[in-house]
Design a protein around this ligand. Structure first.
Ligand SMILES: [Mn+2]
Length: 296
């Protein structure tokens, strides 16, 4: 991101935003490539000035630090424990983390880490997919298709503190859909969002989470239409436009306490379209969330 480097998580303060790469293909089912996500998004960020035209603020006026990538392990269990540990440390300091995946599996250890400190966790899952399989394929419990199902099983995570937005498409099974609908009351599908209007859905979400102590946003880039974000492992036509996803992040960013951007796969991308959208989402999340630096 062209930001200052952070040596140790312990050096963070609650006013800081920290970028953390979670560079791994663990959890991939439909092809590798997410492991190069953080590196490619950092490279794509070099052409950004940091100044947003609309609100005329500069990214570099804020305390944004780059932790680099989380240490990789050759076994999934150790890697997930490392993510969980980092998430736990950052949330105890109350700094704002932005995790760059990696597959959607990474959200599970991130939320598990939060839970050590935060009893009242809200989660907005922005995704084409429910990721609600118990095992997929049979016997596999930890991957991009099971991540939200594992999150539901974490102690103190309540299904009514979770909202899913943007679900659509033709790749999910009937059982998975039924089981998610039976468990999570707030699922706003893409057709429903179109019918009610995105602004109204954003108002509903702001109201739903207004008393939550810690709100986490998990953004799977495949919720964006492949025309705008082709660089994902499971593209799903009929998704949000770039303008819509920017609006979602500008609106929900300010009420959130942390977020991730997952499933970026550079091997599927074209001319870094998806990486540059990811950079814009990160920059605007920070600028809209922090307000005017000179007011602070
Ligand atoms: Mn997902």
């Amino acid at each position: 991101m062209g930001t200052y480097n952070l040596d140790k998580i312990e050096n963070l303060t609650e006013n800081d935003t920290v970028i953390i790469g979670v560079s791994s293909d663990y959890g991939a089912i439909y092809g590798n490539g997410a492991i190069d996500g953080p590196k490619t998004i950092r490279e794509a960020s070099l052409q950004f000035s940091g100044v947003n035209y609309e609100i005329f603020k500069n990214f570099y006026d804020f305390n944004v630090l780059d932790y680099g990538d989380i240490k990789h392990y050759n076994d999934l269990k150790s890697f997930m424990e490392e993510i969980e540990k980092i998430s736990s440390q950052i949330s105890s300091i109350n700094a704002y983390p932005i995790y760059i995946g990696g597959t959607h599996l990474i959200t599970y250890p991130i939320i598990k880490g939060l839970n050590c400190h935060k009893k009242d966790v809200g989660l907005i899952w922005i995704d084409s997919h429910l990721d609600f399989m118990d095992e997929y394929p049979k016997g596999q419990k930890y991957n991009m298709a099971t991540s939200l199902r594992r999150i539901i099983e974490i102690e103190n995570i309540r299904p009514d503190n979770i909202a899913i937005i943007g679900v659509h498409g033709n790749t999910q099974g009937a059982e998975e859909i039924k089981s998610a609908k039976d468990t999570i009351p707030s699922i706003y599908s893409m057709n429903y969002i179109e019918k009610i209007g995105l602004n109204n859905i954003i108002s509903i979400l702001k109201n739903q989470f207004k008393n939550i102590k810690y709100l986490y946003l998990s953004l799977d880039l495949d919720v964006i239409d492949p025309a705008f974000a082709p660089g994902v492992s499971v593209p799903e036509p009929g998704g949000f436009t770039s303008r819509e996803i920017l609006q979602i992040i500008r609106s929900l960013g300010p009420i959130s306490n942390g977020m991730d951007i997952v499933e970026y796969n550079p091997r599927m991308d074209s001319s870094l379209i998806t990486a540059k959208l990811a950079c814009s989402l990160i920059i605007e999340n920070i600028l809209y969330k922090k307000g005017n630096p000179h007011d602070e």
